[in-house]
Design a protein around this ligand. Sequence first.
Ligand code: 13P
Length: 248
Amino acid sequence: MQRKLAAGNWKMNGDVQALSMLDTLAQAHNKAQTDILICPPAHLLSQAVARAAPGPVNIGGQNCHHAASGAHTGDISAGMLRETGATAVILGHSERREAYHESDADVRAKATAAQNAGLLPLVCLGESLAERDAGEALAVIRGQLQGSVPENSTGDTLVIAYEPIWAIGTGKIPSMAQIAEVHACLRNDLREMLGDTGASVRLLYGGSVKASNAAEIFALPHVDGALVGGASLTAEDFSPIITALAHS
Ligand code: 13P
């Protein structure tokens, strides 16, 4: 059985000073029963790793290229991320799917590269509000799952994050029934795609997770943690979410 995972996505936020939150988290969650991951912008990765290790907080990237090296100005490969000491990478976030037109096939190629480099990919998927309103949410999410997950993934080499686009940074979250429905569907599909190991792929919920709603979300079946944006930027906001997960 995998440990639950509290993951923070800093997006394009944070500076060297903000890394002091890693010290606070390490002190508060020294004996953490959950996995903790912070994904800062790329320029902070090496310093974040140096500051966090050895300790309960792991460090990850927010994107990688599918190729190992080459003429890809501005990109970073999975192996390069690994060389910073990062152990995970967020892939296929809706902000990248939209801004850089990343397709499911692109996300799968990146996730394969991450696995081959020894990084744990956190593959993101989720529907838009228009798709939800049209009754297409499950079909969209299932299609993204089929298209984005590398073959031969296991509970040790894959994490999925369900992030409804309309819940990201908006303060709105789906109903508990809606989250439960999506997570149950993802679990079923992962079992069909990967066999028994599909049962141990961690399924994170993301989108406006806060200390005030975390416990309710973590009580749902097949919710194995959270991918948190805004509330992961400070220890004050993120620490209670880790605590709620540990108690769930
Ligand atoms: P917020 O927690 O700020 O809504 O962001 C969620 C997210 O996009 C995490 O990847």
